[in-house]
Structures are given as C-alpha cells and as structure tokens.
Write a new protein. Structure first.
Length: 153
C-alpha cells in the first residue's frame, strides 16, 4: 500500500484548518500557502472531503472550508478511505477465493494480507486530527496568537 499525495495532502489540509484556525472556515489559498499544496489540487481534494461529510464550505470574504466535526472525531482512516477507498494490502478482486491446489498458497498469503490490512486500518483509525495538533504543539509549533512576547531592555 502506498499513500498517494492526495491522501497526504488531505491530512495536512485538515490539520491546517484544525491547528491554525480551530476548525473554522479557512481559505484554500491560505492552506495551500502554509502547506505547499497546489491550490487547484487542494480544491479537488476538498470536494471529495465535502462529499464524505468531513468538511463544509462557506462562500464570501469570511468563507472557506471548515471541519464539520470536532478534530478529535476525525480519524485519519476516515480521511484516507474518503479519498483512496478501502485500506487494503492484499487481493482486491477476490481471486484468492477460487478453489484448487494452485490457489492454496495464495489463500494463505491473502489471509495474512487481510489481517495486516485490518492492523494498518486500526493504526489510521487510532490517530485523529486532534492528535496531530497535540503532536505539533509537542514539537514546538505555535498556533497563531500564542506567540511569546520578547521584551528587550
């Protein structure tokens, strides 16, 4: 399994909205600039996220994209599935279910891949956008308005 740029950019964009604007409407140009994501590609990503009910949009000067749920309720697995489809490491077409001696080894391998897929999916579902915000604070990234004042005498 390889996570596409679309999935990676979606996670970064949602983190950006949550971290820099507390989930409130954020304009695409601001997210694109902070995250170095092409704005046109970001618009396409947001359309998919909107269809999945993860973001909403508001038009106008104070508009933009916002989270439809609290960041603690948005799992990375939800985001990846909305953009990439199911998190699957093994056989997508079900050919491992065919019978016969030639498929015995394939069925064993596919059962392992199904188990690994479930574990990978659980990892993605175990991390939320809020967890990313906490991680950002732990490494010293500052939210707007939380800058320390430096006084020089």
């Amino acid at each position: 399994m390889k996570l596409s740029n679309k999935g990676r950019y979606a996670v970064r964009a949602l983190f950006d909205i949550a971290f820099f604007n507390d989930g409130r409407p954020t304009q695409v140009k601001d997210i694109a600039e902070r995250q170095s994501i092409p704005p046109r590609f970001l618009e396409q990503i947001f359309q998919d996220l909107k269809r999945a009910g993860i973001v909403g949009s508001k038009r106008g000067p104070q508009g933009g994209y916002s989270l439809t749920r609290r960041s603690v309720e948005i799992r990375l697995g939800d985001v990846i599935r909305a953009l990439e489809g199911p998190i699957v490491l093994g056989d997508r077409d079900g050919s491992a279910r065919r019978t016969g001696p030639a498929n015995d080894t394939r069925r064993v391998a596919e059962s392992v891949f199904r188990e690994l897929s479930a574990r990978v999916e659980a990892c993605f579902d175990g991390m939320t956008i809020a967890d990313m915000c906490t991680r950002a604070e732990e490494i010293g990234l500052r939210r707007p308005g939380t800058q320390r004042n430096v006084y020089v005498i």
